[in-house]
Design a protein around this ligand. Structure first.
Ligand SMILES: *[C@@H]1O[C@H](CO)[C@@H](O)[C@H](O)[C@H]1NC(C)=O
Length: 121
C-alpha cells in the first residue's frame, strides 16, 4: 500500500527540519547542541578540575558571545545552558558567573544558575 499524501508531506517536512539542523547557516541562531559544544571545553574549569579557563574554553565563549546577536538567540542559549547545567550537579556556581569576565567577555547581564531566561536582554 502506498503512503498517503499526508504521510509523504510529513516525511518531507522532517527531512527539511533535519537538513536545517545539519546545515550550518552563520546568520541564524545556534542550536542547543552547537551552544553546548562551544562551551564543552569549559567544563573542566566549571567543575573545579582546572584553576583557570583554558584558551579553547575562552575562544568558545567569545564565539558564543559573537553568535548571540539577538535577544531571541540569547534567551534560547540561556534556556539551553540552564537545562544542561541542571544535569551536572557538581558545577561551581560562582565560576559560572565569573567565566565571561575571566575570558574578557562583557555581557550586558549576569549569568547564574538561577537566571530567568525570559528576562535576558
Ligand atoms: C568555586 O570556585 C571558586 C573560585 O575559583 C573557589 O574559591 C571555590 O572554592 C569553588 N567552590 C567550590 C564549591 O569548589
Amino acid at each position: 500500500m502506498a503512503y498517503s499524501s499526508s504521510v509523504k508531506s510529513l516525511i518531507v517536512l522532517l527531512l527539511i527540519a533535519l537538513m536545517m539542523v545539519i546545515t550550518p547557516y552563520p546568520t541564524s541562531a545556534l542550536t542547543c547542541g552547537q551552544t553546548l559544544s562551544k562551551i564543552s571545553s569549559c567544563l573542566a574549569y566549571l567543575d573545579n578540575k582546572e584553576s583557570s579557563p583554558s584558551s579553547s574554553c575562552c575562544s568558545g565563549i567569545h564565539s558564543l558571545h559573537n553568535a548571540l546577536t539577538t535577544t531571541k538567540s540569547r534567551r534560547e542559549a540561556c534556556t539551553c545552558l540552564k537545562s544542561a547545567s541542571k544535569e551536572i550537579k557538581t558545577l561551581n556556581h560562582s565560576r559560572i558567573t565569573s567565566l565571561p569576565k575571566k575570558c574578557g567577555v562583557h555581557l550586558s547581564f549576569e549569568i547564574s544558575v538561577g537566571i530567568k531566561c525570559n528576562s535576558v536582554p
